[in-house]
Design a protein around this ligand. Sequence first.
Ligand code: NAP
Length: 494
Amino acid sequence: MDAPVWKGSGAGLRHAIIGAGMSGILAAIKLLERGDRNFTVFEKGSDLGGTWRDNRYPGLTCDTPSHAYSYSFAPNPEWSSYYAAGPEIHAYFRKVATERGVLPFIRYGSEVNACRFDEDAGTWRLSLADGGEAEADVVYAATGVLHHPKMPELSGLDTFAGKAFHSARWDDGAVLDGARIGIVGCGSTGIQLVNALSDRAARLVHFQRSPQWIMPVPQFDYTAEQKAAFARDPTLIDAVRHDKDYWAAIYRFTDGVADAESPEAAEIEDICRQNLETSVRDPELREKLRPNYRAACKRLIYSWEYYECVQRPAVLVETGGIAQVEPAGVRMVDGTLHGLDVLVLATGFQADRFIRPATVSGRGGRLLDDFWAVRPTAHYAVSLPGFPNLFMLNGPTGPVGNFPLIDIAEMQWDYLEQLLEPVRAGRAKWVEPRQEAFEAYEARRIEAAKKTVFGSGCTSWYLDATGIPSTWPWSYQAFVDAMKAPVPDEYRYA
Ligand code: NAP
């Protein structure tokens, strides 16, 4: 299909936002707040919501408290519970996007295949999968972190007679009640699936390659009176959002992960160990569920119910190796066959993709794939040398972990707004980080990353291909401080 070339309209900079998930909607709202209407949100799907659109598995819950997992400018008195479920969060983003007037700016079914910086014109040229093209002065990659499912290499998977699918590609045709269900994977997704299906399945086999540390957290519903009070008095929402115990836990977590030898890291592990010791009654199962790596090395699981659910009669934790999938089920290395009707692959995501597979070429034809040959990275997680006016929201080396990614995106937006100010004012055409400033940042980051608990000896999606954590390695406060204002010398304007 030939789509028209979008060249923007009206005065001012032309902006292209890639992705209509949480970060892309944020970017659109922020542009509209400034009176900028010269932008398009390119969304490859047919709906907004990003991760909350793609993940529809039973039990999907955000493990950031609902009032904290909200835009700071759009509190929601209606959250039904302390931790909200996926469909409710998806509905929240739809509601906010609708109320803020974002919908007319979203162009659905528009996968961006390529972004090429035209140095002479100082603009980005975008090629779309539908054959369309677009031009923009500024590009925001709001493409998400965990977007492309990682399928396990299980021989015989295609011979399975029942339904087999990745957790982020849920098959609504799968009958779950009374079924024999297998779940491969013990990340946040696999654990939430066990919680949701443990009392629905006739038999639930949880194929566990590595057990997980479980941080106990409270969960409760908000009453109608509480919701009415939130609506009447938004300071009550602020009180939940800024609850001192919640933030103390966040700071303990981020200080702990930043230094594997810190007392905070030890404290996190003590809480998780205590949870295991006191919650799992059968000593054999307890040992099966005991990790042999540091707590928070893999992403910590926050759950109020996993240990209870995994002890339900229908659940079997299978720790043997999978030999192959057969039409009837999953055959273990020791010859045991687990007969199954449904096999869910909660095996995670390719965490090094970000804006890819789009081909991105910057100044002088510099290819993002080459720039990211060793690992995806960005200057303070936001911008890249050689790629002018290209900004990442929740991009590589940002803080990921057990705290609100919405806050991260909002801070990143405020930071890049400051970077763009001279461009907006017409004093420059573009901005990018200086190569040497980026290299100094990256060298510091890598050295610090090696000391984090993420790098203390486990496998996880936090690690890059060389085994170094690809995350923000410092504390949450360090990120807050870094995002307050760019260091002018670190950037080049032209
Ligand atoms: P994940 O954390 O990457 O976990 C993947 C799981 O699959 C691991 O247990 C892994 O085992 C296992 N696995 C992979 N290939 C396997 C194979 N061939 N055989 C057996 N096991 C295999 O993925 P995820 O659970 O989807 O979670 C990804 C991230 O999404 C989370 O860390 C979190 O950031 C986010 N998330 C958040 C929430 C939330 O509540 N906020 C909910 C869901 C997801 P090994 O550990 O042995 O490699």
